[in-house]
Ligand binder design. Structure first.
Ligand code: 4NP
Length: 158
């Protein structure tokens, strides 16, 4: 069976998308289906290239059992559209930035927004940027991402 390849994308790749990556990875490991997937994350900006995840995001994630291991990297349209089946942005600006780099209909069709997969948090139409906020913002990011990751797995398994 072909692996499903998923790239989670936000602005800095130090808060939301590395958390989405870690949550999704733990869920597929817990379900015993990890070998069916290749997952990664990236940022549209490249501002934090090579950096570990934001310490505040790590602190909140570790409390829920998620290990944010990935280092920040920029989204590269040339290879990422080819290498991934799902390219999932966290907010509307991420979607605008990704769509502007798609070279054809096939690449464009791979782009979706994380909240499209929400089950219980469907009132949210973006994963809000927690960078300039406080503890509540980081907890909300994790709440939305846990819900959306469950929905994403359901969508892929249909
Ligand atoms: P992220 O959060 O896109 O969820 O990784 C941000 C990280 C850094 C900045 C903004 C948002 N920044 O302005 O440096």
């Amino acid at each position: 069976m072909d692996k499903t390849k998923i790239l989670f994308v936000c602005l800095g790749n130090i808060c939301r998308s590395p958390s989405a990556e870690a949550i999704f990875l733990k869920m597929i490991e817990d379900k015993g289906i990890a070998e069916n997937f290749i997952i990664d994350s990236a940022g549209t900006s490249g501002w934090h290239n090579g950096d570990q995840a934001d310490r505040r995001m790590q602190k909140h994630a570790v409390r829920r059992g998620y290990d944010l291991q990935s280092l920040s990297r920029k989204f590269y349209a040339d290879s990422d559209f080819e290498d991934f089946d799902y390219i999932i942005g966290m907010d509307d600006q991420n979607i605008i930035d990704l769509r502007s780099q798609a070279k054809n209909e096939n690449e464009y069709s791979k782009i979706s927004k994380m909240t499209d997969y929400c089950i219980n948090y469907s009132q949210w139409d973006e994963v809000p940027d927690p960078y300039f906020g406080g503890d509540k913002g980081f907890e909300l990011v994790l709440d939305i991402l846990e819900d959306a990751c469950e929905g994403l797995i359901n969508t892929i398994q249909k």
